[in-house]
Design a protein around this ligand. Structure first.
Ligand code: FMN
Ligand SMILES: CCCCCCC(=O)C(=O)O
Length: 328
């Protein structure tokens, strides 16, 4: 198919909708339940207005910044997204290479289709973080942490908004499963492949996988446990409440990623940009604060930074970029 010139992220999304199989694009695009939060992330960003000042000499602009002490060329990093090989054959490895090519950070999902080691090998110079789910079998988490440390990942991004898996209606309708040629790549070496997801199922295989393996009993004491098994900085991903942000800062967490999981977990929670100011004020500089959810253009980034975020993360647009397949 002839590829049109794409000039904004919305164009990439439209293109991905045309070329990806339904099972894949529905999984990538959808949110939980009525998708209220999914759409509100974008709408809320558009509601905040920019009041420009003038005559400020902007002839030199430098967007370079740091995250956890590491330099990046502009204040954007890639959020963890699972199962990227449904969009492009080398999946997460290709996304990390793309991040490295523009000098930004990349976060690898636990549920990736390229392994921790593959991504490190494909993009050795990329500033890489590893996203973690805590498994009921703690030894699985412990081994993932050790592998990420050995492969030079610079931080752990612990997702704390997934005690139960979001009810994604599109995935349920599709009875989502990973295509048989793909694997949850981080588990091949652990005698644990997650292949349960490909067995006969009534609804989305994601629900079954997550509810059988992720630990819904996590509390703040598990953060102490995680700190005890790693020297890497820890970022908590999925905080929306200023009270939780305060506890995280008290616990000595290195970063907070204000996130509602791109509207894929609990529906009708607030848009991330709307809770950012209260979180910034509650943390009062004790740790770095980042934001994701609906960031689609430069003005979105500007608003998040103006309201106190140090860096923003983007999720879906990176997958849509993979689907564009520049090699064709
Ligand atoms: C297809 C997809 C898979 C995702 N997988 C994960 C994951 O494995 N771990 C995680 O913490 N968040 C995951 N997320 C959430 C993203 O990290 C991020 O919070 C969200 O996508 C940001 O919103 P945006 O897509 O509007 O930029 C996923 C999101 C999408 C769209
Ligand atoms: C296989 C079950 C877990 C998938 C986790 C990916 C994820 O977080 C998402 O939003 O999808």
């Amino acid at each position: 198919m002839a590829r049109p010139e794409l000039v904004c992220l919305a164009d990439f999304e439209k293109y991905a909708c045309k070329v990806l199989p339904k099972n894949a694009i529905d999984y990538y695009r959808s949110g939980a339940d009525g998708e209220i939060t999914l759409y509100d992330n974008v709408k809320a960003l558009s509601r905040w207005q920019i009041l420009p000042r003038v005559l400020r000499d902007v002839s030199t602009v430098n967007m370079q910044t740091t995250i956890l002490g590491h330099s990046i060329t502009f204040p954007v990093c890639v959020a963890p997204t699972a199962m990227n090989k449904m969009a492009y054959p080398t999946g997460e490895a290709a996304a990390a290479q793309a991040a490295a090519s523009v000098g930004i950070g990349y976060t690898l999902s636990t549920i990736s289709t390229s392994s921790i080691e593959e991504v490190a090998e494909a993009a050795p110079d990329c500033l890489r973080f590893f996203q973690l789910y805590i498994y009921k079998q703690r030894n699985i988490t412990r081994q993932l942490v050790a592998r990420a440390e050995n492969c030079g990942y610079k931080a752990l991004v612990l997702t704390v908004d997934t005690p139960f898996f979001g009810k994604r209606l599109a995935d349920n309708r599709n009875k989502f499963k990973l295509p048989p040629h793909l694997k949850m790549a981080n588990f091949e070496k652990l005698d644990f492949t997650g292949s349960g997801m490909n067995q006969a199922q009534k609804q989305s295989g994601l629900n079954e996988y997550a509810s059988s393996l992720f630990d819904p009993s996590l509390t703040w004491s598990d953060i102490d446990w995680l700190k005890s098994i790693t020297k890497l900085p820890i970022v908590l991903k999925g905080i929306l409440s200023a009270k939780d942000a305060h506890i995280a800062a008290e616990k000595g967490i290195d970063g907070i990623l204000v996130s509602n999981h791109g509207g894929r977990q609990l529906d009708t929670v607030p848009a991330t940009i709307d809770v950012l100011p209260s979180i910034i004020s509650s943390v009062s500089g004790r740790c770095e604060v980042y934001l994701d959810g609906g960031i689609r253009c430069g003005t979105d980034i500007f608003k998040a930074l103006a309201l106190g975020a140090k860096v923003v993360f983007i999720g879906r647009p990176v997958i849509y970029g993979l689907a564009y397949d520049v090699s064709q």
